[in-house]
Design a protein around this ligand. Structure first.
Ligand SMILES: [Zn+2]
Length: 137
């Protein structure tokens, strides 16, 4: 029986403080460029598409789909106790593709295009980690 994935505390920087603060409240907050409307990932204080510094935060839907994935069967510590587990790129409904884990899903059940929703795993120190599980209707 494998253990749940570890929940290491993320490094919070001034640029990502609002993002991580929102995860503690169960919200996936994304920055959007005010000039060209690009939804920015990873969170940062400028737009990688046009260079604008005019960005604003908005709450994302938390919905997406599996763009690509792999099954990890031999992890490095401390993840070795959680194998097998799923590492995936999830394409958010808002556009960005996010490297993450798919949880609450058997490795042989994950597939490209699968609808997923965000879940937050508490780190115990404020920020929560964003992961995704199969969407339940
Ligand atoms: Zn822009």
């Amino acid at each position: 029986m494998s253990e749940p994935l570890p929940t290491p505390v993320p490094e919070v920087t001034p640029e990502t403080a609002a993002f991580w603060s929102a995860t503690a409240d169960g919200t996936l907050l994304l920055p959007r460029c005010e000039r060209c409307d690009t939804v920015i990932w990873y969170p940062r204080s400028f737009c990688p598409a046009c260079g604008s510094l005019e960005t604003t935060w908005f709450p994302a839907s938390g919905l997406g789909s599996v763009y690509s994935f792999t099954i990890i069967r031999r992890g490095a510590a401390p993840y070795d106790r959680s194998v097998p587990y799923i590492v995936a790129y999830v394409e958010l409904a808002e556009g960005p593709r996010v490297l993450t884990n798919v949880v609450e899903c058997e490795p042989d059940e994950v597939e490209v295009g699968m609808a997923v929703e965000v879940v937050f795993h508490d780190t115990g120190e404020g920020p929560a980690l964003y992961r995704f599980r199969p969407l339940r209707r």
